[in-house]
Design a protein around this ligand. Structure first.
Ligand code: HEC
Ligand code: HEC
Length: 344
């Protein structure tokens, strides 16, 4: 045994030396390579965040139907709550409350995320329990503390409304069904994209950002925020632990809730405790309070929390201010069709 080990070690050593020799190019070749390098223009460094498309292909008739459904309290059990109650277009597609309030004033367990640009999330919900927007839209309607309805009853009510019945008959062979209702709502949500000044910057317009915003983006990259907040949404592409390097929940000062368990609630794998979908940072300026528990009122506070618990560093006030300035450049504009027409 011992002898074979030695032979293997010696063979390995010879292999390493042999490889090293092969890898070292002759000086002449090295100089040649350098000369070639200088002729080529330096390639633009790949950006961790990609621009949103300026428009998306959608079926506009479905979008208009979905828009009505999204704003209609007919989807709730007692006719008081619509999707827009908790996902307000005037509040960045989220709500100005710590956690949601559903029918009969019931308090929900978690902060409502934005619906804007949500088609680009790799999964839906903080814990990723829905695979796409259509599957997601079925949830709140039947959730007893959100819209508290029974799907069969919702379908029956919508069938009785002439305008809805006609619109569904035109767009879907099987008319009003749960699947077609969630399909239309998902199509509407797919159309809610919000390109911003930052996208102009990414497309090459350096004047689209102020110096402070550019500095903030640079800091955002340098300190490591882009390890988690990258891609088209600056987020929405992976699960990560809240408190990756320091225990967030021990320091929060309020008892642990079931919602705090995050992805664990779906997988029951202890390694998934406190993992959440990394949220998008688009329009984050408009969606306080922050984090799944709605515990942070301001972006400044939230950015400092991220530095401390996700990266293990205390950001200076200057760094925080610059990053916040950059984050505000991600505030975009809703497409003109997003809101219900006046008077309807
Ligand atoms: C009572 C408030 C409430 C109502 C009504 C409501 N939502 Fe939500 N919505 C939430 C909350 C809270 C979450 C996060 C829940 C979670 O992740 O566990 C959420 C999550 C979502 C998400 C996932 C976004 C993401 O980033 O993961 C989408 C999309 C969404 N809702 C769309 C809708 C639609 C469409 C409707 C209407 C059919 C609707 N919501 C009705 C509160 C509400
Ligand atoms: C290791 C991954 C990771 C890193 C690094 C990271 N974040 Fe986060 N970020 C998350 C997760 C996960 C959440 C959601 C946590 C929760 O609410 O439970 C989040 C939430 C946020 C929020 C709140 C969004 C909202 O809608 O509530 C902001 C703002 C934010 N991050 C900014 C930053 C900034 C700025 C940096 C760099 C200083 C950073 N993040 C670094 C994973 C990360």
């Amino acid at each position: 045994m011992v002898r074979t080990k030695w032979i293997i070690l010696i063979l390995a050593a010879i292999a390493v030396v042999g490889c090293k020799k092969k890898e070292t190019p002759a000086p002449a070749a090295e100089e040649q390579a350098a000369a070639v390098e200088q002729e080529k223009p330096a390639p633009a460094p790949a950006e961790p965040i990609q621009p949103l498309p300026e428009s998306v292909e959608v079926d506009m008739e479905k979008v208009v139907l979905g828009r009505s459904l999204y704003h209609d309290t007919i989807l709730s059990g007692d006719g008081t709550v619509s999707c827009a109650t908790c996902h307000m277009l005037d509040h960045g597609g989220a709500e100005p409350r710590k956690t949601s309030t559903g029918i009969r004033g019931q308090k929900g367990p978690i902060n409502s995320p934005t619906v804007l640009n949500s088609a680009y999330n790799f999964v839906q919900f903080w814990d990723g329990r829905a695979k796409d927007l259509q599957e997601q839209a079925a949830g709140p309607v039947a959730n007893p503390i959100e819209m508290g309805a029974v799907w069969d009853e919702v379908v029956a009510k919508i069938k009785k409304e002439d305008e809805y019945a006609a619109a569904f008959a035109k767009l879907y062979e099987d008319g009003v069904t749960q699947d077609n209702i969630t399909d239309a709502i998902a199509e509407y949500e797919k159309s809610l994209i919000t390109p911003s000044r930052f996208d102009k910057y990414l497309r090459g317009d350096a004047s689209a950002l102020t110096d402070q915003e550019k500095r903030g983006y640079q800091t955002f990259k340098e300190v490591g925020c882009t390890a988690c907040h990258a891609g088209v949404l600056a987020g929405g592409a992976m699960f990560q632990k809240l408190g990756l390097v320091k225990d967030y929940f021990a320091d929060r000062g309020t008892p642990l809730t079931e919602a705090d368990m995050g992805r664990f609630n779906v997988t029951k794998n202890p390694a998934d405790k406190h993992f959440f979908k990394v949220p998008t940072l688009r329009n984050v300026e408009l969606t306080p309070p922050y984090l799944h528990d709605g515990s942070r009122e301001t972006l400044e506070e939230t950015v400092a929390v991220m530095g401390r618990y996700q990266l293990g560093r205390e950001l200076t006030q200057q760094q925080v201010n610059d990053i916040v300035a950059f984050l505000k450049s991600l505030t975009g504009e809703l497409p003109p069709h997003a809101k219900m027409p006046e008077g309807s």
